[in-house]
Design a protein around this ligand. Sequence first.
Ligand code: ADP
Length: 482
Amino acid sequence: MKQIREISQKIDPYSLRLRLTIAVTAVSALSLGSLAIWTSWKMQELLINNHKQNVEEIAQRLPRDVQLYSGMMPSITGLQKAINNLTITNTFLWVKTPNNQVIVKSNNWQQLPNETATELISLGEMSQKPQVKKLDKRYFVIRSGVLPLRDRGLSKLFVVKDVTREQTTFLAMVRNLGIGSVLAVVAISLLAAFYIRQALQPLRQLNQMTSVISITDLGQAKLYLENAPSEVKELAQTFNMMLSRLFQSWEQERQFVSNVSHELRTPLTIVHGYLQSVLRRQNNLTPTQQEALETAAAEAERTIRLLQDLLDLARADSGYLQFQMEICVLNDLIVEVVGMAEKYSDRQITVESTTNRVEAKADYNRLKQVLLNLIDNAVKYSDADTPITIKLHQQEQEAIIQICDQGYGIPLQHQARIFERFYRLDEARSSSTGGSGLGLSIVKTLVESMGGSVTVRSRVATDRQTKSLTQGSTFTITLPIH
Ligand code: ADP
């Protein structure tokens, strides 16, 4: 029962395979069924119909014979004579008066068992057309009719032929034909299901090949199927052309972002420099002018950072981002990063680290950039009175750095998406922090390029007033030791 439920759950009612199999089964059932019905009908004609004709002929001829003899002899004797003349093997005749008394019957009744003979004789009015009737495990073609007798009035004539052998053969053939047809339909369906599965295999292969193509291998991706039908090969060809168009447009977009970022960054850096120097000198500036210049400088700095991030991502995408991989002492790196972050944000950052040296293979500056990014987020997305902790430890062959805050947290449905480019949740909350939504995608790109991984675990407090220790986010970076 459980297995049947599992199988039925696995069957996809919309799959091409199921639909084609059902269609083949339906067509074969329909054609084999029609063939079986036609054969049965033909067989019945061959086996039974000539007996029906026989019976009909006798029933039509008897009244004429009786009329002929009745001129020469008493009517009952003439009737008996006519019946005797027309009686052939397995055919039984009898005549009943209107009050159901048998007056004459053929002389071969001893061929029938007594009970059958009694049942036949007791039959009342029957159809005027020959019909097959089962009596006492035997089959008979029966036809009745009216026979006008001179001194007995309108009597009833019965003509019966025993067709037990033919009818049994016919029924056995119909049964065998039925069983044969059902077995043939089952066999055809199984064969069809198997064949259709094989025929659809190239499509499944195509699907698998396409599903593993990622943006990074778009340029080299080529779909090729060796023994596939021409239609599927054509489809693969079309896919290949589409992939190459996608690659070209992806390349153009990347190039565009890279060029624009590069072109904008240089003049903006110069503007920022001038703004800074004017602000430093502060000659004759009114408070309004000073505020305006400070805003302009902050915006310019934010835009330079955004352009730098875009440039880094574009370079990482095209594989041009250079990494100086070396063995870094993470304990020292974290102390340095915390020092920088504290200066910049005025927030207390606690370090929880093992006393042992923890080393990892990474690019020192890039890893610093990653940690600063994550600390910056922890600062931005938590209240000023909540602690930020950096933990460091080693687990087997991996170094693990965790940046924990007790801030607002990230709802579960956003956790998988925050590493996407430009993805920011809760615009109202994020806009005040001045981010661009690129920070975490840079973190992920850099960490993965160094052979590590980054994950997030976060909890949102339902009641903002109750700040518990379980509330907040923890970003975990895992780096290989060697
Ligand atoms: P942004 O420049 O907006 O900070 P990020 O890529 O760094 O962009 O982060 C993406 C989004 O993830 C942010 O907009 C923020 O909503 C959320 N986020 C990141 N870090 C944290 C954190 N420590 N606590 C809560 N939310 C966070």
